[in-house]
Design a protein around this ligand. Structure first.
Ligand code: MLT
Length: 283
């Protein structure tokens, strides 16, 4: 499948958004086309975290991973995100630019928060849903305080803020098994985190901190839904996924052993096998 292609599409459906950057993989010409699979990335990473999932194109899916505004970008040309809805708007703009009316939308953690925002704003775009290592609840008071501390840290650390965020986040992003078995994991994640300017990392912190509670939405979800969580996820632990599974009728829940919060990146073969079975039989 190679590294996947990169692209920019625009001008989108709203005048303020000039373009949406993305990584994609097209299905081979010999395979029947199944549809579009959109992969929405986590904080504070970017679309490159989905590199291992581009292989799903081999099964007939046009795999598209948007770079949410401000992530993995030099300079300040893109609009700032004021809320989680702006990240959902980026997904909508990309789908519009690709002339896709309905896709399977997968979001990991913050990507899941954006998927919920998409379901609130424009549910017709969501023909199937994959919620990975995420949660429906808004931030609790302690979570809001932690976000405020991170915002303060970003201000204090200035140009080295991405490293400060990396120091804080990396031990939480991956599970104990990955930390023990992949000595290079910290450096790989740090490279992804450093690709985003500190003010854009701060935008994302504020967007997550102010996102609404999505639990009332769960019972209204009627598209095929797959929920995946790493067994060692401490940021959005398995009980969060279990409660989403209880609320979303007909949903499937899979726990990936020996994976933490970045289950798709830590155990790509296991993750892709679960997604592949879901796409083949449920969508
Ligand atoms: C993420 O992985 O996207 C974030 O850790 C989510 C969060 O901080 O709530």
């Amino acid at each position: 499948m190679g590294q996947g292609a990169e692209g920019v599409r625009g001008a989108g459906s709203r005048p303020y958004l000039v373009s949406v950057r993305f990584i994609e993989a097209q299905p081979p010409a010999s395979v029947r086309k199944r549809g579009t699979l959109v992969l929405v990335h986590a904080f504070p990473l970017n679309a490159r975290m989905w590199q291992p999932q581009l292989a799903l194109a081999a099964e007939g899916w046009h795999v598209v991973a948007p770079q949410l505004r401000g992530f993995d970008v030099d300079g300040g040309g893109e609009p700032h995100a004021a809320s989680i809805d702006d990240y959902a708007a980026d997904v909508i703009d990309l789908l519009d630019a690709l002339h896709v009316e309905s896709a399977v939308v997968a979001g990991l953690s913050m990507g899941g928060y954006a998927a919920f925002a998409l379901l609130r704003r424009a549910p017709s775009y969501v023909g199937g849903l994959i919620l990975a290592d995420t949660r429906a609840e808004a931030d609790a008071a302690a979570g809001v305080e932690a976000r405020k501390r991170m915002l303060q840290l970003i201000v204090e650390r200035g140009s080295t803020a991405a490293d400060a965020v990396a120091d804080e986040m990396i031990p939480k992003l991956v599970g104990a098994t990955t930390i023990a078995s992949r000595p290079d994991v910290g450096a790989e994640l740090r490279t992804l985190i450093r690709a985003t300017p500190p003010d854009r990392i701060a935008d994302a912190v504020r967007a997550m901190m102010t996102r609404p509670d999505s639990t009332p939405l769960l019972a209204t979800i009627h598209v095929p839904t797959l929920i995946i969580v790493g067994a060692e996820d401490t940021l959005t632990p398995p009980p969060s996924s279990e409660s989403m599974h209880r609320e979303i009728g007909g949903s499937e829940l899979h726990v990936v052993p020996e994976a933490g919060h970045l289950s798709s990146w830590e155990r790509p073969d296991a993750f892709n096998a679960i997604v592949s079975t879901f796409l083949a039989h449920r969508v």
